[in-house]
Each structure stands twice: as structure tokens, then as C-alpha cells.
Design a protein around this ligand. Sequence first.
Ligand code: ATP
Length: 635
Amino acid sequence: MSNGEFSGCAIASEILAAIARCQSADEFRVSALASVTAWLNEARAAWVHQQGDHWGVAGLASSLTQLPMELAATAADQACVLSAENWLAVPISNRSGLPEVLLIHPARAIESDTAESLAQMLRSGLLICAEHSQLATRVEQLQTMLQLSADWQQKQDLTELLNSMAQAAARVLRGDRASIFLWDQGKKQLVGHPAMGVEEDQPLRIQDDQGVAGEVLRTLQPQRWDDSSGSPDTINAQVGKQLGYATRSLVAVPLLDRKQRPLGVFEVLNHRSGRFSSDDERFLVELARHAATAVENTQHIASLIQTRDRLVKSASDTLQLVGNCPQIGALRDTIARVAPTELSVLILGENGTGKEVVARSMHLQSGRQDQPFIAVNCAAIAETLLESELFGHEKGAFTDAISERAGKFEAASGGTLLLDEIGEMSQGGQAKLLRVLEDKVVVRVGGSQSIQTDVRVVAATNQDLVKLVREKRFREDLYFRLNVVTLQMPPLRERGDDVITLAEFFLQQFGHQIGRPPPSLSSAAQRRLKLHSWPGNVRELRNLMERVAYLTSGPVVEETDLAFVLSPASSGDVASIPTNMTLADATSVFQRQYIQRHVEAAAGNLAQSAKQLGMHRSNLYRKMNQLGMSDNFSS
Ligand SMILES: Nc1ncnc2c1ncn2[C@@H]1O[C@H](COP(=O)(O)OP(=O)(O)OP(=O)(O)O)[C@@H](O)[C@H]1O
């Protein structure tokens, strides 16, 4: 092929093909120069461009060693084709970016106007390829940003998040390193993350009005800097010295929260090829938007976790197993030993002795303390509903199942589930419970899908489970599964002076609630309390002390103050009901007293009381709820 045929010739299609093929301007230079050299036949060609204050070779220059760079510079300055010493210099670009020139030897290998047409074509190719590459970079950056943003939303640890952000920004913007300065407004400092060469656990702190970061924080505007463009004072020299690190270029942008208030500054240092572009700055501004949201979320989560930990701590501080008798002392030791394990625990004891208090205290001393504690009273729920209450149900599983519902096992996931009054559970419920304990999966009533559970089950009862097993009313295998460790709650009447310790504890608690100094107990009142048999155990004592705290106005509780609540004659006596009440109110008072009398007679055993009263135990619970007695007798 000869260049005389240039106007419709193959070089045009070769260059077009190179434009379509090449991903970047650099690639295009190499490819197009190869086509031009082939087209020029015997002649040689080189592609040179200005780099800083000198000229260098941009594309392959075949065997040409001595290139007339002066001629190239003059042609670029004058923006026209020049020839000297058998060389032809054809300027390709001198409008945007740094000047570039095609050098051809011998000069006669190409007509001057053909050379100009060729240069125009190369210039267009260069621009298109540069745009291609900018677009490709932008797409890649956006993809990276989406990916990073999704990753960051998952992170809960602030240090890990900040490290990940810094690494990502340095990688994408081709910087040497990046750091995020969070603003400590109180101390007027910017705290650098990651630790950047200083002691790992001592982040770098700089005054919030110093250096580029301080400037960005003050103006909330991005800043770009490189050592050719400004005084080195702009950079915090003190920091560089401290880190033994020389900053040659940087881009820094503000981190703003949702309300556009400053959270800190995000900066990337030392671009690998000299300086950061306006595109880099734009990208970092966008990245900082995602980063700020992730930082805010993580800080919010961290503060929620702190609050939760504080609440758990204060719950475990307030929940006290009050009592000094030897049985309670031994119980405390066992709880401390058993709580951190996953052993099944069965708590036995009369109603109101503190079985739930023990279960809660075990939960709060276990590794599950910040997960839910859920107590279910198996006796208070009608037999037909207990399974769905525990295991959940699917929509339409039974007549009232109008929507799907998770059971207590799912709700207590990660935590502890107390199954109180376990002896009241139906045979069907027992079989299902055993499967759940063995397989650690639940299947909702009416469902078929297995749902993984991680729940520590603690069972409690006031019944003689061994007797129930003997009578085949309680499954033996379930009994052994639940009864790895047994905790026996002592009845209050066997706890000696604990009656007084507990009474004083409750008086103090209620006194605090009412906002009055707690009254003390006279010796006669103490004697009276110790004489009582406490069928309702600690719960009964607590209720009594609540009434005493509200009704006693003086600083000392006398025996007479207790008589009206402890005297058996006061319960269920119709004559004691005031006559200024409606029949409905008086009926409620009577019902309350009558139920209370039965419950006390049955030593707090509600199943037995229900039997005596001729009603189903779940109806008794409901009635007691209606009468406002639930707090007194059910857990
Ligand atoms: N040792 C204790 N220290 C402080 N409070 C206690 C103690 N024991 C029980 N209580 C209080 O007595 C009441 C009854 O306790 P709890 O509900 O734990 O008893 P229970 O044995 O689980 O009763 P039930 O068998 O009826 O479910 C609660 O208000 C509880 O706070």
C-alpha cells in the first residue's frame, strides 16, 4: 500500500478498528503507531509527548534512537507540520492535555497535507479512547461503590469499617494510603483511622483547625493538593514528621451526616502517578456519602449495644435473690456454676418461692444475657393452645389461626425459655417438646418447615414430677431430659430470719417507689411475721409488704398493722365488704377474697384451687386476671 492512496485507503479503517478495539489512550497510541508504521512502508515513525518539562516517547519508536525532540516541541508550539533534517513533525494534540507529536523519517515519506489529515484522525482516536477509558473507569468505580456500600452496611465494628473504607479508597483512587478523620467536637480534634503508623491502639489526633483536613472541616469543601501546586505549609508538617511520611499529593473531602453536619474528613494520599484528578475528587465525594451513612449506622448500632449492655447490667444488679439462709446460699453457688453452661435445669418448689427469680438470675449470669428471657406458664394456657403458643402456628392451622404466628421458642431464640408449671403440659405437648429439645428445631402447628432454634430451656414446677412419671402422666424420657440439674426452692416458712430480711427488702423497694423512707418493723411485728405459715411464700410476703408500705403512715410497722392482712377472719368475710359499693363491685371484692382464701388453703397451688372452685385452671387464671390478681398469684 502507498500513502498516495491515503484518502480512501486502509489506514483510515485501520485507525477506526484501533479506536473500536482499544480500551485506553495508551493502548491506542501503540496500536495506531503500528498501523501507521506499516502503512509508511520503508519510513520510520515515533509518537512523542511532553512529560513535565521534557519530551519522551509515548508509543513504540522502532529502531529510532536519536529523536528530534526540539523539532517536536516547536511543531507542537506552532500547531503546524514542520520539517527539518529529513524529519517531519506532525502535531497531534496541543489543545487538551499535554502536547503530542508524530515524528516521521524520512520527511518525504508523506505529503504534508496527508500528514495533517492523519494527525486529525489520530487526535480524534485519542479523544474517543480517552473518553472510553474515562467511562469504563466511571462504571468500574460505580460498581465498586455499590459493592463497598453494601459491604459496609453489614459491618458493626467501627474500627473494622474505617479500615475497610480507607483500604477501598486507596485502592480505587490509586493512592498510596487513605485515612478517615473522625471529628471529636468536644476536644476540638480530628482522630485519624486507621492508626497510620503510630501505636495501633493510639489513633493519631490533630487539632481540628490544622492542615488540609482542618480546612476541609471548616469549609466543608473538598480540597486537592500536590507538591507542584502549593506551599508545603498547607500540609500538616507536624503530622508528616510524626508519621515519617512525606505527602506529595492528596485529595480530602468532608464526611457529612444525614443532616449535612460534619462527622469528619476522608482523605487519600500520594497518587501513584503524581496527582489526583477532578474525577478522583468527585468519586471520593460520592464514596464519602456512603461512608458517612455507614459510619452513622455503625455508631448508632454501637450506642444501642452500649445501652443494651447497660440495661442488662442494671437488670442483673436489680434482680436480687434476697436471703441469707444456708439453702439460699447454696442455691446461689449452684446458680453461679450452672448458669454459664448449657445444662438443662429443673427448678422445683412451691408457688411463689422464687423459681422465676432463679431462672432469670441464671439467664443474666449466662452468655445469653443480652438475648430474650421468656417465661411461659403452661398451666395458664388452655391445653389446646399451648402447642401453638410454644411452637407457633401457620395461617389456617386451626379455626382461630387467622394469620401465621411465631411461637415462644422462636421468640426466645438465642436466649432462655422458662417453662413454668411444666407438670401441666399435655402428653402431646410433652412429645413435641422432647423432639424440639433433641433436634433443636421447631415445626409450627399446621406447618411442615423445620425452624432452627437455639434456646436454653429451664423448666419449673410445684408438682411432684417423680410421682407424675410413676402415674404415667409425665413422660419419663422428658423428665430425664429436663432434669440434668435440680434446684430445690425452700418454702419461706423454712427460711428462718429470711422472712424479715425479705420483708425489709420489699419495704425498702416500695418505699422507694412511693417516695417515702421505708418504715421499720417493730419486734412484735417481726415475731408475727415469723409465726405465719406463708402458704403463698415470698409472693405473699411481697404483696403484704406492698399493702403495708402504702397503708402505714408512721415510721414503724406495728403488729396491729399486720393483723388485718394476716388474720384468717379477714378473708372472704362478707361483713367486711363496705356497704357503699355497687353490687358488681362488691361481687368482685367477694370473688377476689374467696379465690385468695382457696389459693392460700392450697398452699398457692392454682391447679388444686381451680379444682376446689369447680373450674378449669385456665379459667381461674383468666378470672384472676380480670380481678387484677394476676400479679399476686401467677407469673
Ligand atoms: N429470693 C427472692 N428475692 C427477692 N424477691 C423474690 C425472691 N423470691 C421471690 N421473690 C419475689 O416473689 C415473687 C414470686 O417469685 P417467683 O415468681 O419467682 O416465684 P415462682 O416460684 O416462680 O412462682 P410460681 O410458682 O407461682 O410461678 C416475685 O415478685 C419475686 O420478685
